[in-house]
Design a protein around this ligand. Structure first.
Ligand code: NAD
Length: 486
């Protein structure tokens, strides 16, 4: 199925202007067909420096950080409305560029608009304190915008990730330099257009398409006050190291290898059904994917059977087909990585229950069958490492203490799930598991994650929290003012 792409500007957006294309171009491929969909001009290092200067001017001399928060809020509300007015264009770009089934892509677009709406009304409810330090002193704190912030996003939720970063930063009064993934820049470039149409002043938002070298430059550069990064733990480590030279504020949303603990007394059918979103949503390319299924021994057989049945109902195919529920992986290189993890798991002795290869009838594109392994020992790479594809492992456990120990045997600590009809047990486990988030007897999908609640991880899954009022802490500095009353 060929489809005309919505018109979108394909060059860096700096100081309120889409730049002329330079000599370099990056090919953007449709993951479902391998066909070329666009050529995007990456920002040159000179353009990155220009963008930093534009952001600095917008922040140091411009009206944005000084504007009454209510007025900034109105502009964020206008951005939310404009996103919804162009929802179909955004959804098509996410489907064609990111391989997302169109129905899920539409939900993500609505989710991105909701993030701007939320922060439109947040900053007039986020302010300092009065602190009773001494009788002869008046002491209060001010929340001031952090300044110029760099923001780096991954390819798996391009528009949502951009909204999660831009909306709170703009609400707080910051100026932004956002670098999308080189694999999925299209929806972020359309967002730049929407933001400009809503009257956000030049230099307040700058979008810099391109790769690692731009991210590295942003992380190192002196005139930037903070950096918010979403991506792999390996690159997050490099970003933190690069940012150390200038003591930037750093926020990191990194990888996960999330456990789903199912006790034998749980609603096994419901738990297996939820895995369709929790494990295979976005073709498993989600930091929150519950790909480590820990099942109480007496329920392993029933759960595995129910999961295989659920997985058989997934429909792989063109993301533009409304019936599709499982799209392709993002790139051919990523398909190879996922396939290598599967082959390695087989060599390591894990039992392949279903999947493990390209689906018949889809010879083109980066499609991979939903894949389930059973009898996966906690020592295996499959149990420990993020695969970032539609691949999960089933491992039995015996007691509550075993389940907690096995869930916590991970360098990551992002998300998780626990299923039990014994609510005391479920909540004891929820408290004992060392993750930033955990779901009990149910699961919101990634696109329905509540914008009101903080999102982030323990351990090597990150630093800080996005969403909710928590995100505003990162995008603001606290100033303590002391007044002598004598
Ligand atoms: P990645 O780490 O390869 O790239 C992320 C971004 O960093 C891209 O924009 C990339 O161009 C940029 N980058 C690469 N090298 C850089 C460097 N040296 N300095 C600065 N920037 C650099 O990740 P990815 O493959 O795009 O995304 C998948 C990863 O993201 C997974 O590990 C996933 O778990 C993680 N993720 C985490 C969350 C979360 O909220 N915790 C959300 C989505 C994705």
């Amino acid at each position: 199925m060929t489809i005309a792409l919505p018109p979108v500007r394909l060059t860096p957006f700096i100081g309120g202007i889409f730049q002329e294309p330079g000599e370099r171009e990056e090919a953007i491929l449709d993951p479902a067909t391998g066909e070329l969909v666009a050529r995007v001009a990456p920002a040159s290092s000179g353009q990155v420096v220009e963008a930093i200067a534009a952001a600095r001017r917008a922040f140091d001399e411009g009206g944005w950080p000084r504007m009454p928060v209510f007025e900034r809020g109105q502009m964020l509300r206008a951005i939310a409305d404009h996103i919804m007015a162009r929802a179909q264009d955004f959804a098509l770009l996410e489907a064609v560029n990111g391989g997302k089934p169109i129905s899920g892509a539409r939900r993500e677009v609505a989710g991105a608009a909701r993030v701007f709406s939320y922060y439109a009304g947040a900053m007039d409810k986020f302010f300092g304190d009065t602190i009773p330090v001494a009788d002869n002193l008046l002491n209060f704190t001010l929340r001031e915008p952090l300044g110029v912030v760099a923001q780096i996003t991954p390819w798996n939720f391009p528009l949502l990730a951009a909204a999660w970063k831009l909306a709170p930063a703009l609400a707080a009064g910051c100026a932004c330099l956002l670098k999308p993934s080189p694999l999925t820049p299209l929806s972020t470039l359309l967002l730049a257009e929407v933001i400009a149409d809503c009257g956000v002043p030049p230099g307040v938002v700058n979008i810099l398409p391109g790769g690692a070298e731009i991210g590295q430059l942003l992380a190192e550069y002196d005139a930037i006050d903070g950096i918010s990064f979403t991506g792999s733990t390996a690159v997050g480590t490099a970003v933190m190291r690069a940012a150390a030279g200038t003591i930037k504020s750093v926020a990191l949303e990194l990888g996960g290898k999330n456990a789903c603990i199912v006790f034998a007394d749980a609603d096994i059918g419901k738990a297996a059904k939820s895995a369709i979103g929790a494990v295979f949503g976005n073709a498993g390319q989600s930091c929150s994917a519950r790909s480590r299924l820990l099942i109480q021994r007496s329920a392993v057989e029933a759960f595995t059977e129910a999961l295989v049945e659920e997985v058989a109902g997934l429909k792989l195919g063109s993301p533009l087909d409304a019936a599709t529920t499982l799209g392709p992986l993002i790139s051919a290189a990523h398909w190879d990585r996922v396939n290598q993890s599967v082959r390695k798991a087989e060599q390591d002795g894990a039992r392949l229950v279903t999947g493990g290869h390209r689906p018949a009838g889809l010879p083109n594109g980066n499609f991979y069958l939903p894949t389930i392994f059973a009898d996966v020992a906690p020592e295996l790479g499959l149990y420990r490492d993020e695969v970032f594809g539609p691949v999960c492992s089933i491992t039995p456990f015996d007691t509550e203490a075993d389940a907690i120990g096995m869930a916590n045997a991970s360098a990551y600590g992002l998300n998780g799930s626990v299923w039990s009809r014994d609510i005391g047990q479920a909540l004891r486990v929820a408290k004992a598991v060392r993750t930033g988030m955990i779901a009990v007897n149910g699961l919101p999908s990634a696109s329905s994650t509540s914008v009101f609640a903080p999102f982030g991880g323990y351990k090597r899954s990150g630093l800080g929290r996005e969403l909710g009022m928590n995100a505003l802490s990162f995008y603001t500095e606290t100033k303590t003012v002391t007044v002598d009353l004598t």
